[in-house]
Design a protein around this ligand. Structure first.
Ligand code: CO8
Length: 370
């Protein structure tokens, strides 16, 4: 058996930014237009008027201050309210592959590796821009990697479930070096016209390079733990059966839909218990933990989980959040936090990555700096 070690990470951050103020201005212009165009139906009680959004609400309810996006103009155009991402010819790299490649090259550079040394690529993300061929196989080709590649999707836990898969394959010897890439174009499956969720998501791509420890330095993957429990509270009904369903229109449930409050209440105890059980199985107690890299959906959620796991309020820096800058980037969130806030850990220091989201799904990894 080999010991899996994270030797590099990379983050691709789109240049374009939408602040809460930008977002709310565009949304409110859309609402005013909608209410005025539907004034008669609203007066007759046939349609509910839409309410304005508020930047203060967004910051206090979520902790999010801005988000990076692939396209800024589309979501901010009150007549469009969705990104404009032109289709690409089949001969050109797909957008997800291009984003993942940028993150992967950063992870490889950090580890001093080249693409040809990789023999497993997992494209682990909340959605894939086409059904096949797998995006991961395209990335394998673009990187000049060996071995094999496949796509997987466990929504917000895709990256941690991918990390478990890669670490287990390294352990058993079926691969030598694996890249887990998570290109998340959340802006394209967000309903920007729904004030309950229009502020939640951003776009990004992350990459984690896992290889055999063999005397190298990095983050040893001591153990991983994944759990799922079915719930309809975060759902997207779009899919390849849409045409067969004789349903061509863009219904609300063709985009991200959630019962945010229920998610909050149900996922918090599930995650706290999951981490506590994982730590107990590892023989780790709260004082042993130097850092928590949590899923980046909501600041209040993270404050609660941090307190539960550590048994006290986390000290500054112990549980870094990046959601104020990136918003929720689905599976990439905890990896961004890890990538940006792990270099200062000393040999022997222990940290925990934990993701949670649709499914429900929870994935954790106990890491030790070596
Ligand atoms: N501006 C002003 N007021 C608002 C707004 C707004 N934008 N939105 C809602 N309100 C109002 C509501 O109408 C409500 O009013 P009232 O009390 O009169 O009914 C009031 O504010 C409070 O609303 P909520 O109860 O909804 O507000 P919360 O405090 O619950 O905050 C959150 C909403 C932030 C969404 C919160 O519930 C939350 O963070 N929940 C958990 C979310 C979560 O973690 N989800 C994980 C999903 S991500 C995932 O798994 C990956 C999916 C795949 C990726 C998808 C990519 C698109």
């Amino acid at each position: 058996m080999h010991i899996p070690l994270i030797t590099g990470t990379g983050v691709f951050t789109p240049e374009a930014v939408i602040t809460n103020a930008d977002l709310v201005a565009a949304f409110n212009a859309y609402v005013d237009r909608f209410n005025s165009e539907n004034a008669e139906a609203i007066a007759a009680g046939a349609i509910q008027p839409k309410s304005h959004s508020s930047a203060d609400f967004i910051t206090s309810a979520s902790g999010i201050e801005q988000r990076h996006v692939i396209d800024r103009e589309g979501p901010l155009d009150p007549e469009r309210m969705t990104p404009r991402i032109p289709p690409r010819h089949d001969d050109k790299p797909s957008l997800m592959a291009e984003m993942a490649l940028d993150a992967a090259e950063k992870a490889l550079a950090e580890a001093g590796r080249t693409g040809s040394e990789i023999d497993l690529i997992l494209c682990a993300a909340s959605n894939h821009e086409r059904a096949y061929p797998a995006i991961s196989v395209e990335i394998q080709d673009l990187l000049g990697a060996q071995g094999f590649a496949y796509d997987m999707n466990v929504a917000c836990s895709s990256a941690t479930f991918g990390l478990q898969t890669a670490a287990d394959m390294i352990r058993t010897g079926s691969v030598t070096r694996a890249l887990v890439v998570s290109p998340e174009i959340c802006s394209a499956h967000l309903e920007w016209r729904d004030r309950d969720c229009h502020f939640i998501f951003g776009d990004v791509a992350t990459a984690i390079l896992v290889e055999r420890e063999e005397g190298q330095t990095g983050f040893r993957v001591r153990s991983t733990r994944c759990a799922t429990q079915f719930s309809n509270n975060i759902r997207n009904n779009d899919g390849f059966l849409r045409r067969a369903h004789d349903q061509m229109e863009d219904r609300r449930d063709m985009q991200f839909v959630q019962e945010g409050r229920k998610v909050f209440k149900e996922v918090l105890p599930m995650v706290s218990r999951h981490i506590a059980d994982h730590l107990e199985a590892e023989g780790i107690t709260a004082p042993d933990i130097r850092r928590l890299w949590l899923h980046q959906a909501n600041k209040t959620m993270n404050d609660y989980i941090g307190k539960k796991v550590l048994g006290r309020d986390p000290k500054p820096g112990e549980q870094p959040n990046i959601l104020q800058d990136y918003a929720n980037t689905s599976s990439a969130g905890s990896v961004i936090a890890f990538s940006k806030y792990s270099a200062d850990l000393a040999p022997g220091d222990i940290g925990v990555i934990c993701s949670f989201g649709a499914g429900y799904s929870v994935g954790s990894a106990v890491l030790e700096r070596v």
